[in-house]
Design a protein around this ligand. Structure first.
Ligand SMILES: C[S@@+](CC[C@H](N)C(=O)[O-])C[C@H]1O[C@@H](n2cnc3c(N)ncnc32)[C@H](O)[C@@H]1O
Length: 321
């Protein structure tokens, strides 16, 4: 789950793709987010969290509805789900996709802020979000708000990454980088994550803090799990989901987006400076980040890139007392 930009749905094929270089990346039926989960793991989690008993669910920061639709089959067969998102265009798409999946009668989507949910107190028995708290200024406030709408005994499930740990995992297998360069890129990652927090744009590694935040919000029975899915890459990438993972990474690289906490050059520089980075260091770090990205791209196209690429994605759950 190298979620780098605020991307609710998979991006299109790489913009600068030539047919020859990227033709082999096709074949995965679904969204990049479908590569994040093993079905049998979700089934296990659903049993652990007794999701089959859920009748009324809430998906906060639902985007185009992907996470809610992923979970719906695990809830009670008659369960209904409300999705909210601050972006009106995503809400429209979520409704259209629910229609397309014959789920319109069980789902409803509306525009709202996670910090001020348009639901009464104690009105749902399950509230959840996926890769949303990593984008908000005050995750504790959102967790408290989600707790407010839970019935006593209701369950909160939050899925968020530790992207700093994931970046370290990716760098272990990054082609052509010295140890000093890997550490320099981790410094860039840490500084940009600090900058993102300082600017109130969220914490890309918020997953690490969730159990503490749940406790502060007064939730009980807190459980912490990790998704068992890794974005492993093994040439010649026969599994369609490996090709989908590469397609997403190459889309970002070709769009000038670093596979780190930043984004484009300007976005990364803004985060780096806000995080207290020395302006004199930025150009050299950005050149290194581009070299990392190009080495990734060339090794992928040459079918030599490989690695376990562990995904540090936490699932933290708790109950309203
Ligand atoms: C990375 S997307 C995840 C979408 C969806 N949860 C999924 O996993 O497919 C983050 C979403 O959170 C929404 N979001 C971020 N901050 C929000 C806030 N304060 N209130 C409501 N929605 C928010 C964004 O508009 C975006 O759709």
């Amino acid at each position: 789950m190298t979620e780098r930009a605020d991307t609710p749905a998979a991006s299109p094929a790489p913009a600068s793709a030539t047919a020859d270089e990227y033709a082999w990346l096709v074949g995965f039926e679904g969204d990049w987010r479908d590569t994040w989960w093993n079905r049998d793991f979700l089934d296990l989690m659903a049993r652990r969290l007794d999701l089959g008993a859920v009748h009324a669910a809430l998906d906060v920061g639902c985007g185009v509805g992907h996470w809610g639709r992923t979970l719906l089959p695990f809830l009670h067969p008659e369960a209904t789900l409300v999705g909210i998102d601050q972006e009106a265009s995503f809400v429209t798409q979520a409704s259209a996709q629910a229609e397309a999946h014959a789920l319109a009668s069980r789902t409803s989507y509306r525009v709202a802020q996670a910090e001020a949910l348009p639901l009464p107190d104690a009105s749902v028995d399950f509230a959840t979000c996926q890769t949303v708290l990593m984008h908000v200024a005050d995750p504790l406030r959102v967790i408290r708000e989600m707790r407010r709408v839970l019935r006593p005994g209701g369950r909160l499930l939050v899925v968020e990454p530790n992207n700093f740990a994931e970046k370290a995992a990716m760098l272990v297998a990054a082609p052509g980088l010295s140890r000093a360069e890997r550490l320099a890129l981790l410094t860039l990652e840490a500084t940009c994550e600090d900058g993102k927090r300082a600017l109130g744009r969220g914490d890309s590694s918020v997953g690490e803090h969730l159990p503490t935040l749940f406790q502060e919000a007064g939730l009980v029975g807190i459980q912490v799990h990790q998704s068992d899915k890794c974005a492993a890459l093994l040439p010649p990438y026969e599994a369609p989901e490996q090709r989908e993972e590469l397609r997403q990474m190459l889309t970002w690289i070709d769009g000038g987006v670093w596979l780190g906490a930043g984004g484009t050059r300007d976005e990364t520089q803004a985060l780096f400076l806000a995080g207290g980075g020395d302006p004199a260091d930025f150009d050299a770090l950005w050149t290194l980040a581009l070299r990392e990205a190009q080495a990734f791209r060339e090794a992928a196209i040459a079918r030599t890139l490989s690695g376990a690429r562990g995904i540090t994605c936490y699932l933290v759950s708790g109950r309203a007392p």
